[in-house]
Every structure is written in C-alpha cells, then in structure tokens.
Design a protein around this ligand. Structure first.
Ligand code: CA
Length: 187
C-alpha cells in the first residue's frame, strides 16, 4: 500500500508522482490511500498518478482501489486530470473504484478490463507480472511520461509498439519471423 497522511497544519503534500507501478493482491485495503486532516486547501498541487496497474486491491463494494480521504470535511474535489491512464480491475476479491472525498471518480482514459499477466495466481510469490502479448487492457494504453523517464523495470526502453504500456513492464514485441516450413511436399 502507498499511504500518505497529512495530519497537521504544517503538512502539505505536493508534487507527488506515482507512475507505472503494478500493484496486486491487497484485497480489503486500497492500493493507494491518501489522507488529509489539516486545513490546507492546496494539498494536492502537482499530483500525478498515471500508467499504474492496480489489480485485486480494495474490497468488493466496500473499499475502493484508490482512496483519497478528507477527515475534516469534503472541502475539495479531485482535479480532473491528475489521475488518469490507470488500469484498475478488482480481480477475484478487489474493487475497481477510485473514491475522492466520498465521491466516485472516473478516469477520462482509464482501463477497467483485467490485465493479462505472464503468470498470476492470487497471493503467489512466483507471479510474473509482465504482460502477455494477448493483453489489451494495459498494453499501449498508457500516456507518454518521457518527460520523467523512458525505460521500464527491466531497463527496456519505452515505448515499444504503438504506445506506453501501463504497469511496471513494457511488452517487447516478438519481431522474430516465423521459421520456414520444413519437410513440405508439394504435389
Ligand atoms: Ca507498448
């Protein structure tokens, strides 16, 4: 879980960037939880949360996948473009919602289908969370963050294919041509 908590009048949390993470298997808790209970109105200046995959986090209808909580009162609305291009799917037990001070928040360019990983079993330590070529949720659906970085967790340069992938790994296209047929008899 990524949790940030601003809890006194000196605490302002600005310019937080959460980019291209893959977060899985935290059912019953949000993958990201941001809490404010101070008096600053400008606490979210410069925030960007983009290109992340959040899968099987949150809890059914009860706990969102990403939660922004204002414990004083709902004094703000989430800015319209700071949280976008994320692939959020509830998976077996989780939730796909983003909640901002009690209101559900919809991304302009979000993806809600389940990402297809190379291997995945719930709670397994052996999962390979790279994308399968058949994936259509996260592959090529991200936004360019080249102003900040241009490679993935493995060092592969981004983008590959037609666009940035969501999540920690950029799918490397298989460009090897098929082998010629052998043993072929022409009649
Ligand atoms: Ca790509």
């Amino acid at each position: 879980m990524i949790q940030l908590h601003a809890h006194d009048d000196q605490a302002v949390i600005n310019n937080v960037k959460i980019f291209n993470n893959t977060i899985t298997d935290m059912p019953r808790f949000p993958a990201m939880r941001i809490i404010i209970d101070n008096s600053h109105a400008d606490w979210m200046s410069g925030w960007e949360i983009k290109n992340n995959i959040v899968y099987n986090c949150g809890y059914l209808t009860l706990e969102p996948a990403i939660s922004f909580e204002d414990q004083v009162s709902p004094r703000y609305t989430c800015p319209p473009d700071f949280l976008d291009y994320n692939n959020i799917n509830g998976g077996p037990e989780g939730n796909s919602m983003i909640r901002c001070a009690g209101t559900n928040y919809l991304q302009a360019h979000g993806q809600s289908a389940a990402p297809l990983f190379v291997s995945y079993n719930e709670f397994s330590q052996d999962n390979d969370l790279r994308l399968l070529a058949e994936d259509s949720a996260a592959k090529d659906n991200g936004v360019s963050l080249a102003a900040y970085f241009t490679s993935d967790k493995d060092g592969t340069s981004r983008p590959q294919g037609s666009g940035w992938d969501m999540g920690a790994y950029e799918l490397i296209k298989d460009v090897t041509p098929p082998s010629p047929p052998i043993g072929l008899t022409v009649y």
